[in-house]
Design a protein around this ligand. Structure first.
Ligand code: NVA
Length: 310
């Protein structure tokens, strides 16, 4: 059966664990596996801006022995010139997998329903699951391995309703993390996603909490994470978001509430002086460059896993 990665909980805890172990193996030896040798092509499509995701998928697909076929979403106009389903039929006849960054989750689901090859979510309005795999691998690296993930407390502060918050809830619960989301009123995670995360956490020993203060979220945390206050596609809300989000800025005082050896994650791009201060982002607790590098290793591991299932 063709497997897809549309949201974090598409991987079982055991599967996520295997992918993270493989991500660490790819970090140690970049060509340890070459499942795309041939080369087989993987389509990589962007309907929103990108830097890390484009670089890590194209580099990763090449390192897996494959051919990264970049498709410009503006030229392809998927869903405008032709339907998502017809696009899926055309791509599925020619490429071995499809990686897509787009807006509505439903577009990705329609692609997966028709393509006949693995479809990977490279960020939608709802989820950013590849980033969370990279984040979990980064935490594993800094905590002594994948075994050390379960039981870690991860506090995400900022926009609780964005793709990163939703993916921390689901991916973190899958890994057995205690996930705390600290967000302003009106920016809480979607209730159905919280429910899914609670159900996953019940099976992994993790937990999920949504709170409305930074201090409550960050107190005693092992990992502090944040993200832009204004996600792609929400630019017209930038001014309205400024006031409610200021109390959720990660600064030195916020980091002092977490454990002494807490690490800072940020998916980037970062806006210094907005969601995080420069001294914290560029300081000794920040592991954001390891995190950015792990996009490469984690996505190679994910593609290897998905291709092996098909
Ligand atoms: N929440 C951000 C993540 C960027 C990688 C956005 O969607 O713009």
């Amino acid at each position: 059966m063709t497997r897809h990665f549309l949201a974090d909980d598409d991987l079982t805890p055991a599967e996520q664990r295997a992918v993270l172990e493989l991500a660490l193996a790819f970090r140690a030896d970049r060509q340890v596996r070459t499942p795309l040798a041939g080369p087989r092509a993987v389509a990589v499509i962007f309907d929103k801006p990108t830097l890390r995701t484009q670089v890590s998928f194209t580099t990763g697909i090449a390192e897996l022995g494959g051919y990264p076929l970049l498709v410009d979403g503006k030229l392809a106009q998927i869903g405008v010139r032709e339907s998502v389903a017809d696009t899926a039929r055309v791509l599925g006849r020619q490429v071995s997998a499809i990686v897509w960054r787009t807006f509505a989750q439903g577009r990705l689901e329609e692609m997966a329903a028709t393509a006949g090859v693995p479809v990977v979510n490279a960020l939608t309005d709802d989820y950013h699951p590849c980033q969370i795999l990279a984040d979990l691998a980064t935490v594993a690296l800094h905590r002594g391995g994948v075994d050390a993930l379960a039981g870690q407390t991860l506090a995400f502060v900022g926009d609780g309703a964005n793709n990163m918050a939703h993916s921390y809830l689901l991916g973190g619960a899958t890994a057995g993390l205690h996930v705390r989301i600290g967000c302003p009123a009106g920016y809480a995670p979607r209730a159905d996603i919280v429910e899914r995360a609670v159900a996953v956490a019940a099976g992994t020993g993790g937990s999920v909490a949504v709170v409305d203060s930074l201090a409550e979220a960050v107190a005693g945390a092992d990992v502090v994470a944040t993200d832009t206050w204004v996600s792609m596609g929400r630019e017209d809300e930038a001014e309205a978001r400024e006031t409610p989000f200021v109390p959720f800025r990660v600064d030195a005082a916020a980091m002092a509430l977490a454990k002494d050896d807490a690490i800072l994650l940020h998916c980037l791009p970062a806006y210094r002086g907005k969601e995080v201060t420069a001294d914290v982002l560029d300081g000794p607790q920040s592991v954001v460059w390891d995190e950015a590098e792990f996009r490469l290793h984690a996505q190679k591991a994910l593609l290897t896993f998905l291709l092996e299932q098909g």
